[in-house]
Design a protein around this ligand. Structure first.
Ligand SMILES: CC(C)(COP(=O)(O)OP(=O)(O)OC[C@H]1O[C@@H](n2cnc3c(N)ncnc32)[C@H](O)[C@@H]1OP(=O)(O)O)[C@@H](O)C(=O)NCCC(=O)NCCS
Length: 231
């Protein structure tokens, strides 16, 4: 099993910026990314609050022991769901709780979809974790939006656990999924989003259309994956 340690880039605020894509081997079962924004971690915030700590002042050289502790954060590890099948019920419950229960879905069907996840063909699901705890997921699938059966494949089921949001996990999952798509020979991806258009725009996706999904008004987006641009 191969583990890759991504390099943190000094001064970059987000994990996706810190993720060293050069040398990244998409077919490797693991990707480990270092994040350098630990102060956004809810546990760290709570810790700081309970000790009545302020953000470190720029230029202030000495930090208290409590401040130093808030800067310790486990790396984000991304792996294939195929390699950690015990997490199938976790992914299914995230997906069913967020979307399936609002669209006449069934939990059993959702669970079967995740059970079918493979690394060699679609559907493919990636799971992010920190400190061996699952924190997020993303899938690549042949179908998602029924209104455009002519388009494929689709990025779908991007989800990050509420405790772990706003520290770059989603962007990291999107980038890794794009690499997986290229590895499988796909050069263009599609998605629909009701609320996270900005997140995808920041990751190089473009708007194609406005559509209706079972969850409301949505934007249909696309990204052309260019190998030269991925490095
Ligand atoms: C959307 C979601 C995946 C983002 O996860 P995350 O790990 O917090 O995202 P990141 O930390 O990588 O990116 C955060 C950035 O995206 C933006 N963002 C996050 N969620 C957003 C949302 N719902 N709408 C608009 N922008 C959003 C943030 O403003 C932030 O921008 P910044 O970098 O300028 O501060 C997460 O909120 C989630 O799971 N939501 C519920 C499921 C969902 O809506 N999935 C998207 C399906 S299309």
């Amino acid at each position: 099993m191969v583990r890759l340690q991504a390099q943190a880039v000094a001064g970059e605020p987000k994990a996706q910026n810190a993720f060293a894509l050069e040398g990244f081997a998409a077919e490797d079962p693991f990707c480990v990314a270092a994040t350098n924004q630990p102060q956004t971690c809810p546990a760290a915030r709570l810790f700081k609050k309970s000790f009545n700590l302020k953000h470190p002042t720029p230029g202030k050289k000495e930090k208290t022991m409590a401040e130093k502790q808030t800067h310790v954060q486990a790396p984000i590890v991304i792996e294939y769901l195929e390699n950690c099948r015990d997490l199938v019920p976790v992914c299914a419950s995230w997906s069913f709780g967020q979307w399936g229960c609002q669209a006449n879905g069934s939990f059993e069907l959702t669970q079967r979809e995740f059970q079918a996840s493979s690394r060699r063909s679609l559907p493919l699901t990636l799971v992010a974790s920190e400190d061996r705890r699952p924190t997020g997921m993303i899938s690549l699938s042949n179908c998602d939006f029924k209104g455009r059966p002519d388009l494929s494949p689709w990025l779908k089921s991007l989800y990050v656990h509420p405790f772990h949001r706003n520290k770059g996990t989603a962007s990291l999952l999107v980038k890794r999924l794009e690499h997986e798509a290229l590895r499988l020979g796909y050069e263009r991806l599609y998605l629909t989003t009701e609320s996270a258009k900005l997140l995808y725009t920041k990751n190089g996706w473009s708007e194609m259309d406005h559509v209706q999904t079972p969850y409301g008004d949505a934007t249909l987006m696309t990204k052309i994956l260019l190998r030269a641009r991925m490095a």
